[in-house]
Design a protein around this ligand. Structure first.
Ligand code: NAD
Length: 354
């Protein structure tokens, strides 16, 4: 068959390496920004203050209010604060929550975002925004929210606890897995996906063994970057749909939910996605069953393996199945209520994927 595909490159500059944060002032200057608002989560305020201090006069202030899923009230306050301070850009320091709040400001005012990621969630590599109002999360794509510049400094991830490093890393792997069988997959993205899974699965055991191992932390960030680019470049399927439903409806924790569900969603899709299975098998060192290998490795790294452990009640299963199957979407294997119920039950109980 003739090779035919579309690949949209996303315009951004990425710097990775120990000490990369020292290049932030030059990056702000390079983008022509005079007064940037530093955004972080409340428990990362000290890091936000440190970054603002390094920016000197070019920092307009620190807003330590980022929380999961960008509640609309917090986004509105952040937009007001950016306006009051006369900010002409934002620097987000933190995980997906901090980037999400920067994106909410960019969506309203078009202010450029520079992202300094401290988890492996990957939001910094995507033009996807999210806002939560009245318990419902809306998401969309807009090129204005794509960060102009990303600075990965492994030193900032040393404080990320082992358990969160593992679940955040597997959250990233999930982006690569679904990119490999996406309806808009391309050979370029598939290269990034395979390499991203390889880099992260190699780095995570080293990160768990020694959280201060900067080589392991840099390798994990490299993997997270590639996996985030996969999320930014393709349309996600069953796994992300299920996790979005579980997180939005039951308020289950984001990265942990991805970690539990991924082997089950992949096992479900594997029979209909032979090229993805081949790529994942290579990335995982030649394993015959990537879903099972991911499940085993997550368990070895001490990750949660059941939705029950995350606080989900068995009685919630039918509602989740109904919500996750009510709208059609692209997926390698047809999405049926019976198939999804079997998947969710196995994930709830912590059974091996089948
Ligand atoms: P997060 O940003 O909420 O961070 C989790 C917790 O870890 C926070 O308390 C944070 O302060 C803390 N933390 C972060 N970095 C740390 C560090 N280095 N050391 C110590 N503590 C640290 O969680 P997340 O998993 O990074 O992001 C999840 C959010 O991002 C969700 O809302 C999700 O929907 C969103 N997301 C969006 C996209 C997108 O493309 N739009 C992609 C991925 C995730």
């Amino acid at each position: 068959m003739t090779r035919t595909f579309t690949y949209q490159a996303l315009p951004m500059r990425v710097q990775l390496g120990v000490g990369a944060l020292t290049r932030l002032p030059a990056e702000v200057e390079h983008l022509g920004l005079q007064r940037v608002l530093v955004i972080c989560a409340p428990d990362q305020q000290h890091t936000g203050e440190r970054v603002a201090a390094a920016l000197g006069d070019r920092a307009a202030g620190v807003l330590a209010e980022a929380t999961m899923h960008v509640p609309i009230e917090i986004a509105a306050r952040a937009r007001d604060r950016a306006e009051e301070l006369g900010a002409d850009g934002c620097v987000t320091v933190g995980g997906g929550s901090a980037v999400g709040l920067g994106k909410a400001i960019a969506l309203e005012f078009g202010l450029p975002v520079i992202a300094v990621p401290t988890t492996y969630a990957g939001s910094e590599m995507t033009p996807v925004w999210g806002l939560t109002e009245g318990g419902r999360k809306r998401t969309g794509r807009d090129p204005r929210v794509l960060p102009r510049s990303v600075i990965y400094d492994p030193e900032l991830t040393v404080s990320l606890p082992a358990a969160m490093s593992v679940t955040s890393g597997i959250n990233a792997i999930a982006h690569a897995v679904e990119a490999l069988y996406a309806p808009d997959a391309s050979p370029i993205i598939s290269l990034m996906a395979e390499e991203g899974v390889r880099a992260l699965t190699d780095a995570l055991p080293r990160v768990v063994a020694d959280g201060a191992d900067l080589d392991a932390r840099a390798d994990a960030q490299y993997g997270a970057w590639l996996c985030g680019a996969c999320l930014g470049g393709t349309t996600m399927s069953l796994h992300h749909k299920l996790c979005h439903t579980l997180g939005g409806t039951l308020d289950l924790p984001h990265a942990q939910t991805h970690t539990v569900v991924l082997p089950h969603a992949l096992a479900h899709n594997q029979p209909a996605a032979p090229d993805a299975v081949a790529a994942l098998s290579r990335a995982l060192g030649g394993v015959p069953d990537p879903a099972r290998a991911l499940w085993d490795r997550a368990a070895d790294l001490g990750a949660p393996t059941s939705l029950r452990q995350l606080g989900m009640a068995e009685a919630d299963i039918p509602r989740i199945v109904e919500l996750a199957t009510e709208q059609p979407y692209a997926n390698p294997r047809p999405v049926t209520p019976a198939g999804i119920e079997a998947l969710v039950r196995a994930a709830w109980a912590g059974e091996p994927p089948h």
